[in-house]
Design a binder for this molecule. Structure first.
Ligand SMILES: C[S@@+](CC[C@H](N)C(=O)[O-])C[C@H]1O[C@@H](n2cnc3c(N)ncnc32)[C@H](O)[C@@H]1O
Length: 187
């Protein structure tokens, strides 16, 4: 099939910009699937900084990167992502956000507009010119609907002299399929 699942588009975009030695941020580590992808993309000399507020998520992610033999490339923080600038100096080549709740975890622990918007702004500030910020938005739950609207509005208002913003969506899927925002900081 030529049309791929949404996560493949995220990874294809990130693979375009990430090189050996780069720095990347995972704003929502969860069980670490994205963290592992980033760690594999930045090579032995690169660094990935991962944020999540749940110990359960970070434990699973830590195991995942250890089993893949790339744990030394990753630094995890059990901190809310809007505080990332206190821990990451930048510039970073890529930042990923996969909003919502931990699959298989407590569905009441979700990303929320109040911290997501400052976290996205922080990530955009840390981004190097030519770097990419990706955001997966899920509208299928109550907080996700409001959060998605707020993030879409924030992204729509970004100055075209500062960045390019692209919105991906599957147009004919039912039940609020996820949306992908890709933001490239201009050189
Ligand atoms: C959809 S999951 C992420 C999935 C993950 N990218 C993966 O590859 O498995 C969303 C995660 O965001 C985390 N989260 C919620 N609020 C957060 C916050 N303020 N700062 C950082 N992470 C947060 C949740 O704990 C949850 O693990």
């Amino acid at each position: 099939m030529v049309i791929k699942p949404m996560f493949s588009y995220v990874r294809a975009l990130l693979a375009e910009v990430l090189r050996e030695g780069d720095v990347a941020v995972d704003g929502t580590v969860g069980k670490g699937h994205d963290t592992l992808f980033l760690a594999q993309s930045v090579g032995d000399t690169g660094r990935v900084y991962g944020f999540d507020i749940q110990e359960e998520a970070l434990a699973a992610a830590r195991t995942r990167v250890e089993e893949a033999g790339v744990a030394e490339r990753v630094v995890f923080f059990q901190e809310s992502h809007e505080r990332m600038r206190e821990f990451v100096a930048g510039p970073v080549q890529a930042a990923m956000f996969n909003l919502g709740y931990l699959p298989g975890g407590d569905p009441s622990v979700v990303t929320t507009t109040g911290s997501t918007l400052p976290a996205l702004e922080a990530a955009l500030e840390l981004l190097a010119p030519g770097g990419i910020l990706t955001i997966m938005l899920y509208r299928g739950h109550e907080e996700g609907e409001a959060e998605s609207e707020a993030v879409l509005e924030w992204a729509h208002a970004l100055d075209t002299r500062r960045c390019h913003v692209l919105l991906y969506r599957f147009w004919n899927q039912k039940n609020s399929p996820p949306l992908l925002l890709a933001i490239e900081k201009r050189r």
